[in-house]
Design a protein around this ligand. Sequence first.
Ligand SMILES: [Fe+2]
Length: 589
Amino acid sequence: MKASAIAAVLLAVVGGAAAGLNPRGIDAAGQIRLAYHGDDAMVVSWNTFEHVAAPEVRWGLSRDKLDRTARSDTSVTYPTSSTYNNHVLVAGLRPDTTYYYLPSPLPQGRPPAPYTFTTARAAGDPQPYSVAVVIDLGTMGRLGLTDHAGKGARPENILKPGEKNTIDSLAGTSATWDFILHPGDIAYADYWLKEEIAGFLPNTSIADGHTVYEAILNDFYDEMAVVTAAKPYMVGPGNHEANCDNGGTTDKARNITYDVSICSPGQTNFTGYKNHFRMPSDVSGGTGNFWYSFDHGMAHFIQLDTETDLGHGFVGADEIDGDAGEGASPVNATLNAQTEWLAADLAAVDRAKTPWVVVAGHRPWYLSKKNETGSICWSCKDVFEPLFLRYGVDLYLSGHAHVYERQAPLADGRADPRELDNPAAPWYITNGAAGHYDGLDDLLPAPQRQRYSRFALDVSNATYGWSRLTFHNCTHMTHDFVASNNDSVLDSATLFKDRRCSLTKGGGSHGNGTVTTGGQHGNGTGAQTTTRSAPGGPVTSSSTKSLGATASPKGPSATHSSTTVPVSSSGSRVAAVTVLGLVGLFACL
Ligand SMILES: [Fe+2]
């Protein structure tokens, strides 16, 4: 029986709509979140239960002197939402500066102390820093991932009693990184029906399903506010933002397959996602919350949309007639708008200021996964990879598959022979292991994995985690897989790019303002020293270590030194461990 014919069919109704749920969220914390808007402004967003005619943010450099006020007229909602999304641009700020702020009004009332945020580092600022990356992160607790689940859940995916989840880990480590990058699959509100069919959630009717959907969103954003009220939360679209039923949900007991026709208008077409965020596409030429870019210190970050608007005759997986059954519309009416923007954005990057170019997108195209059709976006490869190769993208981060796999630098499926030692091809990492209701997936068994796979974790490892990127200087960047349950690092690898840099504290470049490649290490000033123990070999390590090894996000130039240690990760792969001495004092001060 198809959903279009049975939209009025009720699940077993017990006690009315979503009995026991508070659709207003776990604690009505206001869902406070931040987004960079250049290095001289910040978007402050929060939710209220009523429309606000003039949402305002009082701000200042001292907690006792919030002497400035920013206001807007943006308080937006959509059908069936229980809240209004308020967005205020706070402008006229200094780069890399901490401010105190208070949004008003807040549903929880005035907090005991102002919140703080820190503006983006100016492009060209050589100070080392780290970024937290989460992908495929759902609500935790009563509506999502917790220490029990409904029928059909794999026991490996259920949290152990008291086990820290990824939001806990982010909250506990937030002093060590600057901002969160979350390229898609946010909250998993569209899992409400699957969770109800499994008997995990209080039953409700299809017609009232939007109340559960909205409750999951509200819970998630309230849970995340413990970090997103202080650290910018830069997001991208994933398939679970698209509609209300996960692109098709089956109740096997009733022989019913639901589709997008059961969704209220407010739960289709990325509506909640469009309302909830204000990413900096207006200052980067992008489109809404779907594709945009921003600079932060020595890196240029690009967020892509792998769900819609691929152009070039391809139908995005989440679009009407797309493979995912999400039924969404394109978000830009111009043909090939996304790739034309991407080409122009990449061409305009000043590699003297931002030598690192990191691209995030929800779907991967390189992965050792069983279900290749649902997991791998081949059309994304067709439209994006040529531009990555042409413009020397350093790293592509993706998720979608609920696994972790670090791959080699790749060009059209072939591993760069230099591996991480100054490759010409972009490096690829997929980490969709942040966690949601039914957690982790399988990868292919190790002997069957792609030849370019370098390290992997899947449901057999039963470990949720997130990615930490650390930019040490213009030649070295480290990726860590951080286990959420104890903040340990289960996989670490460092990319080396052989290029000269000339960066200055406070941003910008000096001298000839160029970054050259292929030369000797250092910038010729004697200020930067980079050594590797195995010339020609990969500058990479794989080990278990504490968070203490990361660069201080606001500290002085990093001194990162690790010695050869036994590899004890839960994976079987033993990577080369290289003595790595990084002295980041390369700025021309
Ligand atoms: Fe996904």
